[in-house]
Design a protein around this ligand. Structure first.
Ligand code: HEM
Ligand SMILES: *[C@@H]1O[C@H](CO)[C@@H](O)[C@H](O)[C@H]1NC(C)=O
Ligand SMILES: *[C@@H]1O[C@H](CO)[C@@H](O)[C@H](O)[C@H]1NC(C)=O
Ligand SMILES: *[C@@H]1O[C@H](CO)[C@@H](O)[C@H](O)[C@H]1NC(C)=O
Length: 593
């Protein structure tokens, strides 16, 4: 297993192609020898082979292009405009995108490209089509109306497999249906036990924050939320909480003499698990960005192997135990479906396969944990940035549940402003900002301008889309699209924009693969926010406690829109987060104010 790295597999696949080039040159020279009695010297053979690679490849690429043009014409469609890089294979476009990923704001690079080439563009890096859109009608086609024709696909599956296996997030067709069907029942009804769980974890969050703030230090809210969602998810999914909150919160990078954190075996294990889990996610997202050549970066080792060893060593014993329990007759009745059943309890009733069980749990954790933690982080960022929004939200909360009562479903449902704040955050920071599918059969996308021919989408093409960019389009959301204004969900703007076309707002995707945890996430986030605002009356960013990498590049201030006013540095791997954390200080409520 260890020897066959992704890179070795990649070379094994492509070496025969190189061999074929050599073969063609050799055959040509044999023909020359037989017909004309001319034996070319070895150097000519070698040079010929070397030359034949670009020559034959070019012929191949050009013939594909001609075929594509003919097909497009047959569909009455036009070819999607291509990025015009300056370097062969658009390598400079790839390099620029990777650079923007490090130093840019989400969408940087692409926005300029769209400006130049039109609203739909083919990035075509290394001769592989990658058609990009931020139009609601195309995204609707991909996700809903023509769902059957767009899959995650073999390439995506191959990139993600060493981490995600074959779970609901990383499968297509019948396999996906199976996974979705076994997981869905967990999310179909609201469970009292969820709120009971959120409450225990939320109270722990608040007491940890209080402790640290009373010592006079700021708190990294992103870190706290990651711990909150990790602990909640592990308890909810398999009844065995990682207890990362108990490991203690990190101190600011510039704390003079930070007291040492209490070290416990449990805390160390929690931190190791969290770090490994994050690293595995970062690795698969880098693979996605390099495209089909990523295995070349993993010739010597599968980079996800080490972090996955740590993740698996945590989860596998838990799965084993659950299966053993299932076989013990005395425990049978405990497995009955009840309000407290975990996802694992539920899954072991439908399958005995430890790999399916482990994959499914990991998929749900990847799908549900960072997404929720990061959204909560961006919500608090906006509440700190806009104190008048914070005040109004707090009024709604205190009017409904007071300073200490535990909220229930009905309370959450009635809090309209809270929901508007969450929606507005998900609009500006949809945590899955970019996504990709692969077409099966050739098809077309309508042009936004109906007088224009539709775009041709060849069979087997990667189609990428950005809800992040769609969510900020002024033509879809109005001139104030880049402003944070929860009222747009409550006033006449709701009717003018979203109600008319719900597909302009897709933080959870749409269609048959819509997020399974949407309701769960709204509940978990609402609950956490309510508990926080009951306890804290003011939240402020503490930029002096944030490490250097948390500050947005100074040149952003000279641009326009959100990018110019941002006080954090949004970055993305599979999902978005804020670089270096979100360091905040809060003012506590004394229960009367
Ligand atoms: C604010 C929080 C969340 C956001 C913004 C979010 C967003 C999304 C998005 C955009 C997708 C589609 C990904 C794709 O198809 O490529 C997705 C899928 C999914 N989400 Fe969420 N999610 C959140 C929370 C959760 C939670 C809490 C859970 C479960 C506990 C969850 C479970 C899932 C699952 C299982 C899928 C895969 C569905 C499928 O492919 O059939 N999500 N989510
Ligand atoms: C793709 O085309 C083939 C052949 O026409 C057809 O059998 C198949 O159902 C199509 N698949 C999808 C997803 O449309
Ligand atoms: C679920 O757990 C709670 C507390 O952990 C307990 O009070 C309740 O009786 C349990 N419910 C069921 C159906 O087992
Ligand atoms: C928030 O967005 C959801 C769609 O995801 C919508 O159903 C809901 O009505 C919105 N809520 C508010 C208050 O705007």
């Amino acid at each position: 297993m260890g020897l066959i790295t992704p890179g070795v597999r990649f070379l094994a696949k492509w070496t025969p192609v190189l061999g074929a080039y050599g073969g063609v040159t050799f055959a040509l020279s044999s023909v020359a020898a037989a017909r004309f009695g001319y034996e070319p010297p070895t150097w000519i053979l070698v040079a010929g082979t070397a030359l034949s690679i670009p020559v034959l490849s070019s012929i191949y690429v050009i013939s594909l292009k001609i075929r594509k043009s003919r097909q497009a014409a047959a569909y009455g469609a036009r070819i999607v405009p291509e990025a015009q890089g300056k370097v062969i294979g658009n390598l400079d476009v790839l390099q620029q995108m990777m650079e923007k990923l490090k130093t840019g704001y989400p969408g940087d690079g692409l926005l300029e490209l769209l400006e130049l080439r039109g609203p739909v563009v083919n990035l075509r890096v290394l001769w592989s089509d990658l058609i990009f859109t931020a139009s609601p009608q195309h995204i609707k086609t991909i996700l809903a109306t023509d769902f059957q024709n767009y899959v995650k696909g073999e390439r995506f599956h191959f990139n993600m497999e060493s981490v995600l296996g074959t779970g609901v997030f990383n499968s297509d067709g019948e396999m996906w249906k199976f996974h979705r069907s076994i997981t869905r029942p967990m999310f179909t009804r609201e469970r009292i036990s969820h709120f009971e769980l959120f409450d225990r974890k939320a109270m722990q969050v608040i007491s940890k924050m209080r402790e640290r703030l009373r010592e006079g230090y700021a708190v990294d809210f992103q870190d706290v939320m990651s711990r909150f969602t990790l602990d909640s998810a592990t308890e909810f999914l398999f009844g065995n909480c990682v207890e990362s909150l108990s490991a203690g919160l990190p101190y600011p990078h510039n704390a003079a003499y930070p007291p040492p954190l209490p070290r416990t075996a449990r805390g160390d294990a929690a931190n190791a698990f969290a770090t490994a889990f994050l690293e595995a996610q970062a690795i698969i997202s880098i693979r996605e960005r390099y495209g089909w050549v990523w295995p070349l970066a993993e010739i010597f080792k599968d980079k996800s192997a080490e972090p996955m060893r740590i993740v698996n060593s945590y989860i596998e014993p838990i799965v084993k135990e659950a299966l053993a329990k299932k076989r013990a007759p005395s425990e049978q009745e405990k497995l009955e479906e009840n309000d407290n059943a975990t996802l694992l309890d539920h899954l072991v009733r439908v399958t005995d396969d430890p790999v399916v069980l482990k994959d499914e749990i990991l998929n749900i954790m990847i799908a549900g944990r960072d997404t929720t933690a990061a959204t909560l982080t961006f919500i608090i960022y906006f509440l700190a940035l806009y104190p008048q929004v914070m005040m109004r939200l707090r009024e709604e909360i205190l009017a409904k549940v007071g300073h200490s009562r535990r909220p229930d479903y009905d309370d959450v449902r009635d809090m309209k402003y809270l929901r508007a704040v969450i929606n507005e955050t998900l609009r500006l920071y949809p945590i899955v900002p970019f996504n990709v599918r692969e077409s099966i059969n050739a098809t077309t996308w309508q042009s936004d301008d109906p007088s224009q021919k539709p775009y041709f989408i060849p069979a087997g093409t990667k189609t990428a889309y950005s809800v992040f960019m769609m969510h900020r389009r002024k033509d879809l959301w109005g001139p104030d699209a880049e402003e944070f204004d929860p009222d747009r969900w409550l006033d006449e703007r709701l009717k003018t924009y979203v109600s008319k076309n719900p597909f302009i707002f897709l933080p959870f995707n749409a269609g048959p693969r819509i997020c399974l945890g949407q309701q769960f996430a709204y509940n978990e986030m609402s609950f956490m926010i309510i508990r926080l605002l009951q306890s804290f009356r003011l939240i402020e960013l503490d930029l002096s406690s944030a490490p250097p990498e948390a500050h947005p590049p100074a040149e952003w201030a000279e641009t326009t829109g959100r990018k110019a006013v941002e006080k954090l540095f949004p970055k993305m791997h599979l999902t978005m987060y804020t670089n270096g954390g979100l360091w905040v200080k809060v003012q506590e409520s004394d229960g009367t104010n």
